[in-house]
Structure formats: structure tokens, C-alpha cells
Design a protein around this ligand. Structure first.
Ligand SMILES: [Zn+2]
Length: 82
């Protein structure tokens, strides 16, 4: 697989999240990518494809979901549904 082919796979999994800053050597080798929000992230090439990509982005997404849930619960208790 070439660096371009790897990037296509990456875009498929994490659309618009990364800019490639290193060369793809193999799935078992580390590669450096730039998260558009958090900067450089270095991990095994396979980890980016199978995992959540940038750890900070994954954390933010979790926190966002949690805060949405909290808002819903707050609203429900205000309306006396809980
Ligand atoms: Zn990120």
C-alpha cells in the first residue's frame, strides 16, 4: 500500500480529521499524522485505522455526548418527568 492509499483508508475511517505529515511504511510501523485540531499524533499506522484516531478528539466526543445527556436529564427533571 502506498502513502496515498493509506490516506484514503484513513479518510474513510476519520473523514477530515487528519493531515498526513509522515510517510506510510507499513501497518506495523509508526506514522506521524497531524490532527487538524490538536496537532501531531504519532501511532502505529494500523492503530489509526482500527482505533479512534486522535485520543484527544475521542475524549472530546465522549465529553460532548456526556454533557448532552446531562442537559437532557436536567431538562427532564425540570419538566417533572424524572
Ligand atoms: Zn484531535
Amino acid at each position: 500500500m502506498s502513502t496515498e492509499e493509506y490516506f484514503v483508508k484513513l479518510e474513510d475511517k476519520h473523514p477530515g480529521m487528519f493531515v498526513l505529515s509522515g510517510d506510510y511504511v507499513g501497518m506495523d510501523y509508526k506514522i506521524e499524522l497531524q490532527c487538524k485540531q490538536h496537532g501531531p499524533v504519532t501511532k502505529l499506522a494500523s492503530t489509526f485505522i482500527s482505533g479512534p484516531g486522535c485520543g484527544k478528539c475521542a475524549y472530546n466526543q465522549k465529553m460532548e455526548k456526556a454533557s448532552q445527556l446531562l442537559k437532557l436529564l436536567e431538562q427532564a427533571s425540570k419538566e417533572g418527568l424524572c
